[in-house]
Design a protein around this ligand. Structure first.
Ligand code: 13P
Ligand code: SF4
Length: 343
């Protein structure tokens, strides 16, 4: 509908951009070749026009590609920030550019709003590693031990849990329970990271992020040899020996905050590929060493699919009411504990 209504300002041959995309390109020119921008610019204009017509807000995770992150997103952030900001946004429609569990969390916290995900197949290896039945089995095996659940899980799993956590507040949430032992699902590396930072005994699950599990300590050591003044920031979904090599361990938003406050000359972000691109555009004075490990699930979201989502109001995220209410309790309990990382 709106692609007809919105007159493109550019064509791949003449490459005349709208004032908006012209200004935007100055920011991302080191990340996106001009020939690619010629294809993105009209889509960005169409999306931004239709977004206003629909009274929609676009939320994009830090791992979305730069043309989405800088081109059409109204709100960017880590998985929790997106869900929280969706609550505050005064929009009829929320388009979540990220993976399915993020859109589901936004829906759980905004049951009255239309929440769309441009591609419902955007999954996550952590969310896929555990089911509600697995949580019930864990409870039967460890009676009375509370379950702390990373937000990278389905609504069904959150509904079976006592409280959620994110990479930003996991240790804080575990310690808030005042127990000697907790079950922590589903990421074994995040659980290991928390176990090293608390006296609480942690019972882990065997889930892993298929992206972060690929990093190695040797890789980080080689960066230090090549770039002696480098500062290395790692996501807690990485293996323990990788985290030992890092200067700072934190969520994607925690990494951005660190760079903003410390302004290091050179950094390596040990996390998904697009993160360095997106942050580099904001901090041109910092040099980025870019280990590139792509999350294939994040990358199924494209400008074309976002435009299609706004045109057709698909794909709407639905969560069963009873599951949603129980899952919301777990998320809200976490929000009462806090954001961690001074968030
Ligand atoms: P953050 O909450 O740190 O953004 O992490 C989400 C995620 O999927 C990391 O792989
Ligand atoms: Fe899931 Fe890992 Fe992709 Fe994050 S990077 S969405 S944890 S598979």
């Amino acid at each position: 509908m709106a692609s007809d209504a919105a007159t493109p300002f550019t064509s791949s041959t003449t490459a005349k951009y709208s004032p908006h995309t012209e200004a935007l390109y100055a920011k991302v020119k080191d990340l996106i070749p001009k020939v690619e921008w010629a294809a993105y610019a009209p889509l960005i204009d169409d999306i931004n026009l239709l977004k206003r017509e629909r009274n929609a807000v676009i939320l994009a995770h830090n791992y979305q590609t730069p043309e989405i992150f800088h081109g059409v997103a109204d709100i960017t952030g880590d998985s929790l920030a997106l869900a929280q900001r969706a609550v505050d946004a005064e929009a009829d429609v929320v388009v979540l550019c990220g993976v399915h569990f993020m859109a589901e969390t936004a829906k759980i916290l905004n049951p009255e709003r239309t929440v769309l995900i441009p591609d419902p197949e955007a999954g996550c290896s952590l969310a896929a590693s555990i089911t509600g039945q697995d949580v019930r089995d864990l409870r039967a095996k460890y009676p009375g031990v509370p379950v702390v659940t990373y937000v990278n899980t389905s609504a069904e799993v959150k509904a079976e849990s006592d409280v959620c956590c994110t990479s930003a507040n996991a240790t804080e949430v575990v310690e808030s329970l005042g127990c000697d032992r907790v079950i922590m699902i589903p990421d074994e590396f995040l659980a290991g990271y928390v176990a090293r930072n608390t006296d609480v005994e942690i019972i882990p699950w065997r889930g892993r992020c298929e992206v972060h599990e690929q990093f190695t300590a040797q890789e980080l050591q080689s960066y230090r040899q090549q770039f002696p003044s480098i500062v290395i920031l790692a996501h807690p979904e990485c293996p323990g020996d990788v985290l030992d090599e890092a200067d700072m361990v934190g969520s994607t938003s925690g990494m951005i905050r660190y760079i903003d406050e410390q302004r290091p000359e050179q950094v390596a972000l040990i996390t998904e590929c697009s993160m360095s691109d997106n942050v580099a555009a904001e901090f041109p004075q910092t040099r980025f060493v870019r280990p590139c490990t792509i999350c294939p699930h994040m990358k199924v979201i494209t400008l074309e699919k976002i435009l299609n989502s706004l045109q057709t109001l698909r794909y709407e995220v639905e969560v069963d009411t009873e599951v949603s209410e129980r899952a919301r309790r777990s998320v809200e309990r976490m929000l009462e504990v806090g954001r961690g990382e001074r968030g």
